[in-house]
Design a protein around this ligand. Structure first.
Ligand code: SAM
Ligand code: SF4
Length: 330
């Protein structure tokens, strides 16, 4: 699949559910209304859709959400998709998780062929962790990380940089990741969903400033390491681990974008920051063969835009993208 700007589309991110057992303040409202079950693709449908993408050249598949590990029978899907790793059609099957269910699933994930996972942890302070996630317990997530380590899974930590919230802790996070053997990626908070943009505007902390703060204590050496995702990496000389920076707000990484995103209702978003989407559920449900589905995927890729236009602008106030992160899966 090649888009109109010559970019090879080889990375599919799939939100397998919009539900979650946390209510992170920057991601969801506390009283979220979730999609009716009938709108959500079945696990069989998700398998069919993902497999169609693999056939069309997707080499990396990331399951996300909402929280992927709260979807009932999710291991069935992960094990099914694991068959594409065995044939070599797929290079990587991975997931982004809040870690709450990891203690339960780590062994099964490893057995299914998952090698690396991303776990989101913004703070190592248990009280702050519960304040940010509203419903989360840090010790449960840390137990999940231990289980992942025992199972041989490589874990990268994702932390949203939040001014006034975890800005005093970034050095501790780097040191902790160094000790535990995790790479760490900082993410800029993005204006997704209508959930109190005023607060998010105050919490917006450009990663250029995060990096400048980190450089006071750590020797950061730019690295050309790439995972096929949007992060730019630097190596921390003191720990030997990497720090990634995902900067959708300040940095335009669109020119090398190889990704598309599928929601749990079968909408394909060609760009995280744009509204245009293609409905793949209809062709999926309307015929048993994959011809119409394949045509719809090609048509969607031909509409992938050149780039996005997130803006957080203090003079005009925050512009909010109407989709929640839990819909398109971060
Ligand atoms: N529940 C899983 C988790 O938290 O890792 C997967 C889905 S979550 C939407 C994926 C990532 O998006 C997480 O690392 C989360 O911190 C991040 N995220 C959510 N809302 C965000 C926002 N408004 N700005 C930046 N990152 C956000
Ligand atoms: Fe759930 Fe992840 Fe959103 Fe937090 S960021 S509410 S864990 S989907």
């Amino acid at each position: 699949m090649i888009d109109p700007f010559g970019r090879h589309i080889s990375y599919l991110r799939v939100s397998v559910t919009d539900r979650c057992d946390f209510r992170c303040v920057y991601c969801m409202a506390e009283d979220m209304t979730f999609l009716p079950k009938s709108d959500v693709l079945s696990l069989e449908e998700l398998d069919r859709l993902c497999s169609a993408f693999v056939r069309l050249g997707v080499k990396k598949l990331r399951l996300t959400g909402g929280e992927p590990l709260v979807r009932r029978n999710i291991m069935w899907l992960i094990e099914r998709l694991g068959r594409h790793l065995k044939t070599g059609a797929l290079d990587e099957l991975t997931l982004t998780t809040n870690g709450s269910q990891l203690a339960k699933y780590a062994d099964d994930l490893a057995k299914a062929g998952v090698k690396r996972i991303n776990v989101s942890i913004d703070t190592l302070d248990p009280e702050k962790f519960t304040a940010i996630t509203r419903w989360g317990k840090l010790d449960k997530v840390l137990a999940g990380l231990e289980a992942a380590k025992r199972a041989g899974l490589e874990t990268k930590i994702n932390a949203v940089a939040l001014k006034g919230v975890n800005d005093g802790e970034i050095h501790d996070l780097v040191a902790w990741c160094g000790r535990e053997g995790h790479d760490l990626t900082f993410i800029e908070v993005m204006p997704m969903g209508e959930i109190g943009d005023a607060a998010r505007l105050d919490q917006y902390w450009p990663l250029s400033m995060v990096r400048a703060e980190l450089a006071k204590r750590w020797t950061l050496v730019d690295s050309d390491y790439a995972t096929g995702g949007p992060a730019r990496y630097a190596e921390v000389q003191e720990t030997g681990k990497r720090i990634g920076f995902i900067t959708p707000m300040t940095h335009n990484f669109c020119e090398s974008c190889n990704r598309v995103r599928l929601t749990c209702t079968g909408s394909l978003f060609m760009c995280l920051g744009q509204e245009d989407s293609a409905d793949l559920r209809k062709p999926l449900r309307e015929s048993e063969g994959d011809e119409a589905l394949t045509a719809a995927i090609h048509e969607a890729i031909s509409r992938k835009p050149k780039g996005h236009d997130f803006v957080i602008d203090r003079r005009r106030g925050a512009r909010s993208n109407i989709r929640h992160m839990s819909v398109t899966g971060g």
